[in-house]
Design a protein around this ligand. Structure first.
Ligand SMILES: [Zn+2]
Length: 292
């Protein structure tokens, strides 16, 4: 069972969230049938959402939308505090040439913006922050978002490794947040560590990978683990009820047109690819309800 492990440093200067997300990334990318750059981009993004959501409160969700002009098109992921995550890529099969033997995620995503949305239960307007994409490699783009939107410095490191057939061998990441009042020295140490280009993928194969990752982005090794007892899993909350609600939102005229066609309406969930078929008698009922 994969889960987010949360830590704080003994001196209370920082807190972090780390997770191995190999199974999650395998599941979401298999569902989307992604090319190598799409697998890495979506894998990094969903890992980030899971880590960021784990640092929120009960019932809160984090959504991250990447709108780039590269061949992948739009990417979207969302994750809950409780570890349920899903995501999609607009053009999952799109591919780009390798760059220095590496999958060129930045070119596949392109230039554009990244938007992070925080949804609280029972709150109508979610909080949103948008920043321009820096590299399209996801980690640097989120770093830019953190710099602009948060009072305390945060760092995120994400990794998705593929084998020669493009299948996910390992995935994971760590989010480190300085607590208010942390010294300049702590920040400097973290920035030096980040600049040294630590290879997270090596840490994933070690014992207690979450602790190793958190230590790699901490000024001290003395980290205290906190309980976050929620399994990380690929989960899509779509249902026939939601599909019907969406059809109703299209309005009377569109619904009436569907009824007149007398054919089942097929709706594909873009997250989990589940297909829903709404039959003509039910369409008629929905129209009648709407006209009431
Ligand atoms: Zn679904």
């Amino acid at each position: 069972m994969e889960k987010v492990v949360k830590f704080y440093s003994r001196d209370l200067a920082l807190r972090s969230a780390a997770a191995v997300t190999t199974e999650l990334v395998r599941n979401v990318t298999a569902t989307q049938d992604t090319s190598p750059p799409a697998t890495i981009a979506l894998g990094r993004l969903i890992t980030a959402a899971v880590l960021m959501a784990a640092q929120q409160k009960d019932g809160q969700r984090i959504g991250i939308r990447v709108m780039g002009d590269g061949p992948l098109g739009e990417l979207f992921v969302d994750a809950s505090f409780e570890g349920k995550a899903r995501g999609y890529v607009q053009n999952p099969q799109a591919d780009v040439p390798l760059k220095n033997g590496q999958v060129d995620v930045g070119a596949a995503v392109g230039k554009g913006v990244i938007a992070v949305t925080r949804t609280l239960p029972f709150q109508k307007a979610p909080q949103q922050g948008i920043v321009p994409l820096v590299t399209g490699e996801i980690s640097a783009d989120l770093a830019a978002y953190f710099r602009q939107s948060q009072q305390t410095p945060s760092m995120i490191a994400l990794t998705v490794s593929l084998d020669k057939d493009g299948l996910v061998t390992a995935a994971g990441g760590v989010l480190t947040e300085l607590m208010p009042g942390a010294s300049e020295e702590v920040l400097q140490t973290l920035e030096n560590k980040a600049a040294a280009g630590i290879k997270l993928s090596h840490l994933l194969t070690q014992k207690a990978p979450e602790l190793r990752m958190a230590q790699a982005f901490s000024h001290q090794d003395d980290l205290v683990a906190m309980d976050h007892p929620h399994p990380v899993m690929f989960f899509c909350p779509c249902s026939m009820e939601r599909v019907e609600r969406t059809l109703t939102l299209l309005g009377r005229a569109t619904l009436a047109e569907m009824v007149l066609k007398a054919e089942p309406v097929l709706v594909n969930c873009e997250f989990c690819q589940k297909e829903y078929s709404v039959l003509p008698p039910r369409l008629r009922e929905l129209l009648t309800e709407l006209e009431k």
